[in-house]
Design a protein around this ligand. Structure first.
Ligand SMILES: [Zn+2]
Ligand SMILES: [Zn+2]
Length: 820
């Protein structure tokens, strides 16, 4: 008789899967993609995924039996298992790390989880069996139980099925879910009641509020904001109405009582129901149509096409057409974009075209919501969830029938996962995912990455350009201004910028100011001896944050009192050098005390909805000047921005990185694209100490190709991506000597099979000590013409051998393939 074994992938940060024996009575039911419960170690019970079935017993240990099956049907698709396998090999990471990243926590039951009664449980016990009812009873008395306690209380070992049924029946919750229970953002809209919504009714309504001046005010403002006598009726948010009419919430309430207004609460962020049949049609101009035709014909021979369209050239309309085609064929579509660009604005735009077919997936979702989306995609019933709009983690969803993947803003560095592993790049992974499904990939950007441009030039990708803006808009007029002492006495603003800001404010137009540094001042400096306070846990100078009156470390988050005296020489002559967004905000208010100013950076958007709130205030016209870090460059679409100021271009071009020029050009071009979106030509002013600088001049002329050509020449010469692949190895430990010794020894072994010229380091990065841990890098450059898989396999086996040595065991190795 044959004995069958299953390979089980467990959510643990270890390289291998584990082999378990399949009990005879389970044989007919065990198949790929199911969750199983298995004993692990001495105490633990874990859920894992069946990734293969075979007849080979493990050589290193005696296989234990699978304890039980959690599912009747697979919750992971064969394509996913293939995708994970690729990812582990390509990014040199643990399969378990991938499982942890991919599977929502709600689908992982582990013996460490704690369970509580669901406060929303309806009390109906009829749908549960006796054992399940028993546990509900116990939980209602004891409140919190971990798996071990559940097992003891019920007097059985196999508890996972009971827990799973109770979780699915919404009778209990896993603790972590409760902590981050999602509170949807509700937005209230005002509309006229049916009885009032004609001329007679309206007349009567005005009579009814004649003696109540505030109510009359609110009603008139509603008529104005809703554009009642215009072509298109606008929706009116309650908050906007109150602000514009300058009335309180109780005035609106009174109007509701009188039967004049009706209120409608709608969820924003999650998907409100969109009525079917209401979806809009897309209209194209000739340039879009031409691009669309080209993309379609290129897709006949290429799997990936790069769409290089300048800002506001209407790339989204092209996407929507291609999405529609796939949905009509019954295929699934994945549309990924940077987390930060996943705004309500973008979501609603796609809903207008695709109604309830769209589902959104991003990191702000809690476990329950992730499970919901996961199940929608898995079910793949051609309705909701056929189109997934998501951030990078959406590549992990259980697609089974993908037809198209769109990666918008493909140049964005935030597509690369940095911490923790797997350190994958969502764009590159999405291309592989698409190929597993035999699907096509469309990459879109106004400033494509040089990797993608190179692949296009080499014929690997199709390449399509649009050089005209949508709707007859002109590109903004870009000029430079010198930050010389004479022209910018304050050091923050040039004469030119101040004049233009004033002009914009006079015309009630909006302004965006871009300074890629948060906080108040990056350096506190002793004028006498040059001392600056540093973080005690990291080798980095501290940034002064005025609102908190603290010095903050941007690497570890530690906060310090600001000193009154120099710790070195004792002088009290400490001055703040340089400036961040916080200081700009203060300075702009000195120049324009009446302006309404807001700040968009990591500090002002800490809360879940902070970012959305600032954006919607800006959109609704409550903000005149928006000051921000690179957050303001991300694909936002505002109607009234006429001026963009880039406060210090030199700062953007000075990163000690081979991508410095690429990034600087991208950031400036992207933020410039926010200016003058509709009807009117916008203005952009780039402030610099050296306005004639070559890259800045190329931004002024919109000459992407010149910069790309020059940069690619340099990269070819010095062997950097896209001509080489990089692998960055970081050695980390709290003892600096051990880090040095380990890195040096590793370097020696590495150079046995890689040309020493292509191994950079070991060297300390600019900030070598973070949170009291020292980091040292080795960067390996692998020429494109070599087989990268072979080199990786060698590195992999070196790692296994090297780190099993006692003296290096304690050192942590972090592998980053294709670092950004
Ligand atoms: Zn620190
Ligand atoms: Zn001093």
């Amino acid at each position: 008789m044959k004995t069958y074994f299953a390979e089980i992938l467990l959510p643990l940060a270890v390289p291998n899967s584990f082999t378990y024996r399949i009990p005879k009575n389970m044989e007919p039911y065990v198949h790929l993609g199911l969750r199983v419960v298995v004993p692990f170690g001495k105490q633990k019970i874990l859920t894992g995924i069946v990734i293969s079935i075979h007849e080979t017993p493990p050589s290193a240990y005696v296989a234990k039996y699978i304890d039980s099956l959690l599912d009747d049907e697979a919750i992971v698709t064969p394509q996913q298992i293939q995708f994970w396998e690729w990812m582990a090999g390509y990014y040199l990471c643990n399969r378990g790390d991938i499982l942890l990243a991919a599977l929502p926590g709600g689908l992982r039951l582990a013996s460490e989880s704690k369970y509580i009664l669901n406060p929303a449980f309806d009390g109906d016990l009829s749908r549960f069996n006796e054992r399940e009812c028993q546990l509900i009873e116990i939980l209602s008395k004891r409140e919190v139980l971990d798996s071990k306690e559940v097992s003891e209380a019920l007097g059985i070992k196999s508890i996972q099925k009971t827990l799973k049924n109770l979780l699915e029946g919404e009778a209990i919750l896993i603790m972590e879910d409760l902590k981050e229970r999602y509170k949807p953002k509700l937005e209230t809209y005002v509309k006229l009641s049916d009885g009032v919504n004609d001329e007679d009714g309206l007349e009567a309504a005005f009579k009814a509020v004649q003696s109540a001046a505030r109510q009359e005010e609110a009603l008139m403002m509603y008529i104005q904001l809703s554009n009642r006598y215009g072509d298109i009726i606008h929706e009116v948010k309650k908050t906007v109405l109150q602000k514009r009419a300058n009335v309180t919430s109780s005035v609106v309430k009174d109007l509701v009582k009188k039967g004049i207004f009706e209120l409608e609460e709608r969820e924003v962020g999650r998907l409100p129901k969109v009525e079917e049949g209401k979806t809009e049609e897309v209209e194209f101009n000739e340039f879009q149509l031409k691009a669309l035709t080209e993309i379609k014909s290129l897709f006949e021979t290429k799997d990936t096409v790069l769409l290089h369209g300048i800002t506001s050239s209407g790339k989204t309309e092209i996407y929507t057409h291609l999405i529609r085609e796939q949905l009509d064929k019954g295929k699934q579509v994945l549309y990924i974009l940077p987390e930060i660009a996943l705004t309500t604005q973008m979501i609603q735009r796609l809903q207008r075209y695709f109604g309830n077919t769209v589902a959104v997936y991003h990191s702000k979702f809690n476990q329950n919501e992730r499970v919901e989306i996961w199940n929608l995609v898995l079910k793949n019933d051609g309705e909701r969830g056929s189109l997934i709009l998501g951030a990078r983690s959406a590549v992990f969803l259980p697609f089974s029938n993908l037809g198209l993947v769109i990666v918008d803003e493909e140049h964005e560095t935030s597509f690369k996962q940095f911490e923790p592993a797997p350190r994958y790049h969502a764009r590159d992974s999405a291309i592989v995912l698409a190929s597993i499904h035999g699907a096509k990939t469309l990459l879109g950007s106004a400033t494509p990455s040089y990797e993608s441009v190179y692949n296009a030039k080499m014929g690997k990708y199709g390449y399509v350009t649009i050089n005209e803006r949508y709707g007859g808009m002109e590109l903004p007029e870009i000029t430079t201004a010198s930050l010389s002492k004479k022209n910018a006495p304050t050091g923050y603003f040039t004469q030119e910028l101040l004049k233009e800001i004033k002009g914009s404010l006079d015309l009630k137009e909006q302004v965006i100011l871009f300074q890629n540094r948060r906080g108040y001042a990056p350096v506190l400096l002793c004028e006498m001896c040059g001392w600056s306070p540093e973080c005690t846990r990291c080798d980095v100078t501290l940034t002064f944050h005025k609102s908190q009156d603290r010095l903050v470390c941007h690497y570890c988050g530690s906060k310090y009192q600001s000193p009154h005296l120099c710790a070195a020489c004792g002088s009290h002559k400490l001055k703040l050098a340089g400036f961040g967004t916080e200081r700009i905000e203060e300075e702009i208010l000195i120049q324009f005390p009446d302006a309404k100013v807001a700040r968009l950076d990591l500090d002002s958007t800490r809360t879940k909805y902070g970012y959305q709130k600032i954006l919607s205030d800006f959109q609704d016209g409550f903000i005149d000047i928006l000051i921000g870090t690179q957050m303001v460059t991300k694909g936002l679409d505002f109607g009234k921005v006429n001026l963009v100021g880039i406060l210090n271009a030199d700062l953007l071009l000075k990163f000690p990185d081979f991508r410095s020029t690429e990034r600087g050009f991208q950031l400036m071009t992207q933020v410039a694209g926010r200016a003058g979106r509709r009807q009117k030509r916008g203005k952009v002013i780039i402030q610099s100490h050296d306005p004639q600088q070559w890259v800045i001049q190329q931004v002024v002329e919109g000459n992407y190709d010149a910069v790309a050509k020059k940069e690619l020449g340099e990269r070819r010469k010095f062997l950097y991506p896209p001509f080489a692949r990089l692998i960055m190895l970081t050695f980390r430990h709290k003892q600096v000597e051990l880090v040095d010794f380990t890195a040096a020894s590793y370097h020696k072994e590495l150079c046995a099979f890689i040309d020493e010229a292509n191994v950079l380091g070991p060297e300390y990065p600019a900030v070598s000590r973070v949170k009291n841990r020292f980091n040292k890098h080795i960067i390996i450059k692998i020429d494109r013409k070599f087989n990268i898989a072979t080199v990786k396999a060698k590195i992999h086996s070196l790692n296994n051998r090297f780190f099993s040595d006692k003296q290096f065991k304690e050192v942590r190795l972090i592998i980053n393939v294709d670092p950004q």
